[in-house]
Write a protein that binds this ligand. Structure first.
Ligand code: AMP
Ligand code: TRP
Length: 326
């Protein structure tokens, strides 16, 4: 049963999805299907803001959609589509850009990080405005994302408020939903930075398609802190604490309970137990992923694109009316 509230979230088709994506965001995407009307999007236009190859993007779009189905996005309950199939995202983005201050965009952490690395381009600066359009076009109430999206959600809320003040109440102000445990999964090779698909080291992250063997190996070689006691302290014992959070996520047991049980077991035995819990949790996902065919996924996405296009177009009628375009 849904409670008539809508949820939207998006993920970029850049590289293979990892444990941080799953724990920080996708798990919530799945559970929210029970309670809300859910709309999920592979944001391929966002993926063009960093250097890319067209063939790679073509393949990643399908792989990402396939992985979303594999983690449990149910096409009977959720609308899953490609952003570029719905031109209204770009149209609304343009309208919202006229309400967004350059200063606020230039202060975004995402812009500061990416602009240094990939060279300056308007797309990187405008990225959060397109994200705001993704969210607002569907008039949603909540957006499940990891911690790193806090700034983008704040901007979305600001822009929605500015729009409503200027043109009348059109958009609900969306809430950010982050998980209690695992809102920021840290890198296995450097527990002070987040697990990220742009890290050159494959050892730093667990892919959702990794085999049990690969997972175990990566967890065993995870950087942990000096000392021997397993205990939870994100400042002093970042590596062990990151593993404890993942252990808790995959077993459903509390961190304090697990820390007590493994306190004196030594890091080696602790890591094996964590690795096995992660491997068990991910194995049905990678099995489903390998069972899905590219052609079936492409066909589903094309149908859904048409549905999303119609719905977004309906919402745009009120927006154009409010701003004076009709
Ligand atoms: P991205 O991989 O940047 O496209 O992110 C897709 C989703 O996964 C977003 O909701 C992010 O907030 C979330 N996410 C990415 N990396 C992490 C991480 N290390 N920990 C928690 N959530 C993450
Ligand atoms: N910026 C998000 C990320 O990197 C992806 C994204 C684009 C998104 N549009 C969105 C997330 C709308 C939530 C809602 O993860």
């Amino acid at each position: 049963m849904t409670n008539n509230k809508r949820v939207f979230s998006g993920i970029q088709p850049t590289g293979e999805l990892h444990l941080g994506n799953y724990v920080g965001a996708l798990k919530n995407w799945v559970t929210m299907q029970d309670e809300y009307e859910t709309i999920y999007c592979v944001v391929d236009l966002h993926a063009m803001t960093i250097p890319y190859e067209p063939d790679q993007l073509r393949a990643s779009r399908i792989e990402t959609a396939k992985m979303l189905l594999a983690v449990g996005i149910d096409p009977d309950r959720s609308l899953l589509y490609f952003q570029s199939d719905v031109p209204a995202h770009s149209e609304l983005s343009w309208i919202l850009s006229t309400l967004t201050g350059l200063g606020q965009l230039e202060r975004m952490t995402h812009f500061k990080e990416k602009a240094d690395r990939a060279g300056q381009n308007l797309g990187i600066l405008a990225y959060p405005v397109l994200q705001a359009a993704d969210i607002l076009i569907h008039k949603v109430h909540a957006v499940p994302v990891g911690d790193d999206q806090a700034q983008h959600l704040e901007l979305t809320r600001d822009v929605a408020e500015r729009f409503n003040q200027r043109f009348g109440e059109v958009f609900p102000i969306p809430e950010r939903i982050t998980p209690e445990i695992g809102a920021r999964v840290m890198s296995l090779t450097d527990p002070t930075s987040k697990m990220s698909k742009s890290d050159p080291s494959l050892k730093s992250r667990i892919l959702l398609t990794d085999s049990a063997d690969q997972i175990l190996k990566k967890v065993k070689s995870a950087v942990t802190d000096t000392g021997t006691t397993v205990s939870y302290d994100r400042e002093e014992k970042a590596g062990v604490s990151n593993l404890l959070e993942l252990f808790s996520f995959f077993t459903g047991r509390s961190i304090s309970d697990l820390a007590e049980e493994y306190a004196d077991s030594g890091y080696g035995a602790f890591k094996i137990a964590v690795g096995e819990a992660i491997a068990d949790g991910l194995s049905p996902i990678s099995k489903r992923y390998h069972d899905l065919s590219d052609a079936d996924v492409a066909e589903l996405m094309s149908r859904n694109g048409a549905t999303a296009r119609e719905r977004a177009e309906d919402e745009m009628v009120a927006v154009r009316e409010a701003v004076g375009l009709s």
